[in-house]
Write a protein that binds this ligand. Sequence first.
Ligand code: NAP
Length: 463
Amino acid sequence: MSPRTVMGQNGAMTSPDPLRVAVIGSGPAGIYAADALTRQSREEVAVDIIDRLPTPYGLVRYGVAPDHLKIKGVARSLREVLERPGVRFVGGVEFGRHVTRADLARSYHAVVYATGASVDRRMRIPGEDLPGSVAATDFVNWYCGHPDAEVESFLLDSEEVAVVGAGNVALDVVRILAKSADELLRTDIPQPMLDVLAASKVRRIHLLARRGPLQAKFTAPELRDLGRLDNADVVLRPEQIDIDPNSAAMREAERAARTNLKIFTEWAQRPARQCPRSIELRFWVRPVEVLGDERTTGLRVEETELDAEGRVRGTGAVETLDAGMVFRSIGYAGTPLPGVPFDEATRTVPNSEGRVLDADGGVLRGDYAAGWIKRGATGVIGTNKSDAAATVRSLLDDAAELREAAGGLEPVEDVLAGSGAGVTDYGDWLSIDAAEAELGASLGRGERVKLRSWEEMYGALGR
Ligand code: NAP
């Protein structure tokens, strides 16, 4: 392909001299950036969405829980963007390994980093690294069939486990641990992982929040899902939802907190149904030590309270839970991209309205950020749409300068030749997609079952 011709996934040609943009990451933020870039009429733009995986959709594919089919349906609207003229998917290419920022400068006027926040935050307590003390992010990757996850990483051989954190990821993890294999049958969880879940010995799940019911970050629809499980009782002691004086004002102020409190109150009042599993929700406890010699055998927790400024402090009252596994679900963090400025404190790429800033706070021409790597791991999928659109507005405002600064651009194919990348395109993704649909049908499980390794995915491409 000549550098002056750009072809969309559907083969349609775009203008010979478009503004050429590489988006790194094909999750919602990256695809929404491509959407905003190709939906406007100020500039003709050609976008390559580059991902290290041969599959698009980022956290929609490898983060959204497999039983949240409605949220997973977002992929359908993201697909429409990938199939738009002027947009290409370039899979199998890892930024920093196969291509550097300098390489991309040879082919693009601008680069948008939309790599998300893929690692876990740490509890920073003794015993955290014992086997059996795990990051929720790793468990999520595992049950979502991320190709980096090994089947053997999780055994689920303990009757009692603890999940630390009061956010929606913790609810996902608890739900997947609590559901029966039959309830998960019609999801896309890879078969070997479903077999492990089917053999799970987990009976009692402690869900631990370090602050109170009004401060929990759970959202109401996700809480309601938990309350509706057939296979597990949610157990909440009535005294747990007493409102402490330092939180009382919040009850009046925040609608979301009031809605959550209503749900917690229902839970505290309803009788247990004697389900096979129980989810015991505890507020006002924080983990202080993971116990065990060779593997996790318990979790020591300390009761907490809020001080007058709303900060969490320990009361000194400790107790031990017999948890054989501890899942820390206390938020996601971004990882540095080679050669790109990074703020270790916020774990994001420093930026002003999406323009990447260098160490002195100056704008790095041609570099932009969108999504979680820009603002941190907050908000729902849709939040990334307005976030990416704001970044794209900055980029388009800079277009004249970006064109002027770039010399003659080379086709990215030339830049990638010899990089060692197993480059894939949108057609390859459709082949993987079809193979997953076939697998789902052959196992009698549903719309799709994921291929779970690099070998299986590249195998489906005959490579
Ligand atoms: P989150 O919403 O930020 O929740 C993190 C939780 O961890 C908070 O309750 C926080 O408590 C707690 N925490 C932090 N440090 C802790 C520590 N050292 N010890 C104990 N607890 C600690 O993060 P998330 O659950 O990872 O979710 C990330 C984003 O994805 C959120 O915006 C979430 O809504 C979204 N999401 C949505 C869905 C969905 O189904 N809609 C599913 C998954 C994720 P404090 O508040 O006290 O800091």
